[in-house]
Design a protein around this ligand. Structure first.
Ligand code: G
Ligand code: G
Ligand code: G
Ligand code: MN
Ligand code: NA
Length: 256
C-alpha cells in the first residue's frame, strides 16, 4: 500500500523516468533506426528502482494506470517536440496503452489534445496495445481501435504470441503492425520448428499488410534469420537496450 499511496508524490517529484528503446528497420542495406518505444522506469526514494513488471499490474488493478500512462504520453510528446526542434528528428515513437485505458471515454480526445499542444501529428505516435487486451472485451476494443485509426494514430499489437493469440482479431481490427513477443524469437536460432512457425507468421502478416517488429532480439543469429525471413524491424538488446533521455539524445545527434 505504501508503494501505491505515493504515486502523486512520485509524479510531482519526477520519480518516473522515460527510457527509449530504438527500433531498427532491417530490410535496407544497413539497419536504420526507424522509431523507438517509450518505456517507464520508477526510481523510488525508498525502494530503489521498481520494475514496471511489478508496478504496472498493480496500477492496472487500482486504476492509477490511467494517470501514469497519460503522464508518459505527455512527456513523450514534449520530448518529441524538443528533439524535432533541436535535432530535426522526425521519427515516430511508440507508447504503451494499457488494456485499462481502452475503457477511458476520454482516451482519444486526451491523446489528440496532448499531441496538438506539442504540434505532433497522430501518425507519429504509435500505440502499442498488448495482445491480452484484445481477448478480453472484443466489442470495446474493436470500437476504440477503429476510432484511433480514424483519428490518425497507428496501432500496433504488442506481445503477439505471448498468450492466447486470436487470429480472428488480426482480421477484425484495423492494425498497422504486429510486435512479436520475445517468446517467438528466443528459440529460432536453435530450433527448426520455431523458425518455421516464425516464417508462417511473417507470411500471414504480409498477407494482411501488417508491419512486423520482432522484440527481444539478442544476437546476430536471430537478427540475420529475421532479416532473411523478411521481418521488417527489430527491437532488442542486440542493437540497443532501452536508453536514458541523455543517451538516446546522443544517439540522435550521432545519427543526423
Ligand atoms: O521495460 P520493461 O521490459 O521492464 O517493461 C515491462 C512491462 O511493462 C512491459 O510489458 C511493458 O509493456 C510495460 N510497460 C512499460 N512502460 C509502460 C508504460 O508506460 N505504460 C504501460 N501501460 N505499460 C508499460
Ligand atoms: O511493452 P513490452 O512488453 O514489449 O516491453 C518490452 C520489454 O522487453 C521491456 O521491458 C524491455 O526492457 C524488454 N526488452 C527489450 N529488449 C529486450 C531483449 O533483447 N531481451 C529481453 N530479455 N528483454 C528485452
Ligand atoms: O555484427 P554484424 O556484422 O552482424 O552487424 C550487422 C549490422 O548490424 C551492421 O551493419 C551494423 O551496423 C549493425 N549492428 C551490429 N551491432 C549493432 C549495434 O550494437 N548497434 C547498432 N545500432 N547496429 C548494430
Ligand atoms: Mn510495448
Ligand atoms: Na512486448
Amino acid at each position: 500500500a505504501m508503494l501505491l499511496d505515493s504515486i502523486n508524490d512520485a509524479l510531482n517529484e519526477n520519480q518516473f523516468k522515460l527510457v527509449f528503446q530504438p527500433k531498427y528497420d532491417i530490410q535496407c542495406d544497413k539497419p536504420t533506426m526507424s522509431s523507438a518505444e517509450v518505456l517507464i522506469r520508477w526510481d523510488h526514494p525508498e525502494f530503489g528502482e521498481v520494475k514496471p513488471d511489478f508496478f504496472i499490474p498493480l496500477f492496472e488493478q487500482n486504476g492509477l494506470i490511467r494517470q501514469l500512462d497519460r503522464y508518459v504520453w505527455r512527456e513523450t510528446a514534449k520530448q518529441m517536440h524538443k528533439w524535432r526542434q533541436t535535432y530535426g528528428v522526425n521519427i515516430p515513437f511508440s507508447v504503451n496503452v494499457s488494456r485499462i485505458d481502452i475503457f477511458d471515454n476520454d482516451l482519444i480526445d486526451y491523446l489528440k489534445r496532448t499531441l496538438s499542444e506539442y504540434h505532433i501529428d497522430p501518425k507519429d505516435l504509435h500505440l502499442e496495445i498488448t495482445e491480452t487486451a484484445y481477448t478480453e472485451n472484443v466489442e470495446q476494443i474493436v470500437k476504440v481501435v477503429k476510432e484511433l485509426q480514424d483519428a490518425g494514430f497507428k496501432v500496433e499489437m504488442d506481445d503477439f504470441g505471448k498468450g492466447y493469440s486470436s487470429f480472428n482479431m488480426l482480421t477484425t481490427l484495423p492494425l498497422n503492425a504486429l510486435k512479436l513477443d520475445i517468446g517467438f524469437i528466443k528459440g529460432i536460432a536453435e530450433n527448426n520448428k520455431e523458425m518455421n512457425l516464425l516464417e508462417c507468421i511473417l507470411e500471414i502478416a504480409k498477407l494482411l499488410n501488417l508491419t512486423v517488429i520482432a522484440e527481444g532480439v539478442e544476437n546476430s543469429k536471430q537478427y540475420l534469420l529475421l532479416k532473411n525471413a523478411g521481418c521488417d524491424a527489430i527491437q532488442g538488446y542486440y542493437f540497443s537496450k532501452p536508453l536514458s533521455t541523455k543517451d538516446f539524445e546522443s544517439l540522435l545527434k550521432y545519427s543526423c
